[in-house]
Design a protein around this ligand. Structure first.
Ligand code: GS8
Length: 217
């Protein structure tokens, strides 16, 4: 039985999981969940994720939610095929993958997601954007990316000189952020820019980005 990914092609968290699956050379069935009609709050979906958020992954009798945990599961399950996203044979490299994956979820994500939410999502919902929230988070993002710039001067990717889950987890939000007027926050930092150009040219990302393109302004 194949992988079933319940979510939406436009959703960042669904895109994170889809990218991990493609990196591993696997296929999946995307089972669309309609957020507009509130399908994710109905009993059928709540049985898959009691928090009522996409995505959820079904793999046989196993059902998982939380996109980073799912991506990590996929990386572990298929560790011997495709790119080794978790450096499972090297304790130190694996530790750096975990460190930079934490940086993404704890430090980077709250800031960039606030900007993308204000700039892209609220207008789609017919709601007003709060420029003060965007400005405050842009300032925070610049400081975070200064740290990334220093890091990427010394290693090609975040966890080391190898592409990993830590890089992959950043993909969906930077993809949407790069549709905003503030791309200079990335492009003015040469190592961050080169890193983004490198990781976003991977075939897994390109495949997933096609589905996310509808979300472009
Ligand atoms: C967040 C899921 C989430 O925000 C994860 O899977 O990583 N930490 C979780 N899902 C959003 C769509 S984001 O692409 C969602 O389901 N939003 C609808 C809602 O919250 O009602």
């Amino acid at each position: 039985m194949g992988l079933k990914l319940h979510g939406s092609a436009l959703s960042t968290c669904t895109a994170r999981v889809a990218t991990a699956i493609y990196e591993k050379g696997q296929e999946f069935e995307l089972v669309p969940v309609n957020l507009v009609t509130g399908e994710h709050k109905q009993p059928g979906f709540l049985a898959k994720n009691p928090f009522g958020q996409i995505p959820a992954l079904e793999d046989g009798d196993l059902t998982l939610f939380e996109s980073r945990a799912i991506a990590s599961y996929v990386a572990e399950k298929y560790k011997d095929s495709g790119c080794d996203l978790i450096r499972h044979n090297n304790l130190k490299e694996a530790a750096f993958v975990k460190v930079w994956s934490e940086v993404e979820s704890q430090t980077f994500h709250p800031v960039i997601s606030a900007i993308v939410h204000q700039y892209l999502i609220l207008p789609l919902l017919g709601q007003q954007t709060d420029q003060a929230v965007i400005d405050a988070n842009l300032e925070k993002l610049k400081k975070i990316l200064d740290v990334y710039e220093s890091r990427l001067k010394n290693s090609k990717y975040l966890a080391g000189d190898f592409f990993s889950l830590a890089d992959l987890n950043h993909f969906p939000y930077i993809f949407y952020f790069m549709r905003s007027p503030w791309t200079s926050v990335v492009n003015d930092r040469p190592h961050v820019k080169a890193w983004w150009e490198d990781i976003s040219s991977r075939s897994s990302f390109k495949k997933v980005a096609e589905g996310m393109a509808l979300g472009q302004k």
